[in-house]
Design a protein around this ligand. Sequence first.
Ligand code: NDP
Length: 289
Amino acid sequence: MTDRYAVFGHPVAHSKSPLIHAAFARQTGQDVSYEAILAPLDGFADSVAAFIAAGGRGANVTVPFKETAFKLAQRVSPRAERAGAVNTLSFNSDGILGDNTDGAGLVADLTRNLHCALGGKRILLLGAGGAARGVIEPLLDQQPSALVIANRTLSRAEELAERFGRGVSTATFEAADMPFDVVINATASSLAGELPPLSPRLFGANTLAYDMMYGRDTPFLDFARSHGGTTADGLGMLVEQAAEAFYLWRGVRPDTAPVIASLRQDRLEGEHPEGHKRLSASSPRGLRT
Ligand code: NDP
């Protein structure tokens, strides 16, 4: 019988996860289905319960339910425990298990796909929400020389710095005013088409500006590029975190490269009549200068 999986979010219609997991299933020969479920803002637990009752085996969790999913899980992995956020749920006879694959996805995309080694680098992480929480520990494991968290609400960044220790420091957007090697936008500002009040001095010829948002150019990437930074969007992270979730559920690790390439190609062809021209002007991995 086909095993059912889903992504829960609000909104969720834009999610590429069903496409990605369908591609993984075809590639690995796994008999699974994967759907997008719009959970009411005050009804996440009920939606998950209904899905389990209907035979659901696992789920991904996206904005804004990652911290709610952490509370819902009966057991969580050590990395989800440290993050205080869950993006992957597994349902079995032990109950609801929670994990967080966002950080592994981001680090895989940065280091493997974009060839950006993080050891000894100065990293600025913008945002202190569910996505940011999930990536801090995996970023620290890469042994950067500095990790600074900047957030609109500074107290949330301070809470995370206290939680993770290990030399994490904080700043307001305005106070982070010196060059970094990697600047990661984990705020939801790009969803609203907005740019946080950032200093142009963050970016230079050796800066990689990474927006976790994917699917379109963002004010953050435009700003970074116009001040000399190299840019990448979060499509690779999306596919890599999905691959990690697929591995947790199915015990098989899919090959992510063809899935990333295919989604990027779809985007270029869908949004730009001259998509092929744009593709040849940029790296196949979506790294643009
Ligand atoms: P949350 O709602 O948990 O957190 C939102 C964060 O963004 C908070 O730090 C909030 O600051 C900040 N923020 C919201 N609006 C603005 C704004 N206009 N200007 C500045 N800061 C703002 O969301 P998530 O952490 O779950 O998601 C954040 C982003 O990351 C989304 O765009 C999401 O799509 C993306 N994402 C991508 C993934 C991928 O695989 N590529 C995986 C996970 C997330 P404050 O604390 O002050 O409210």
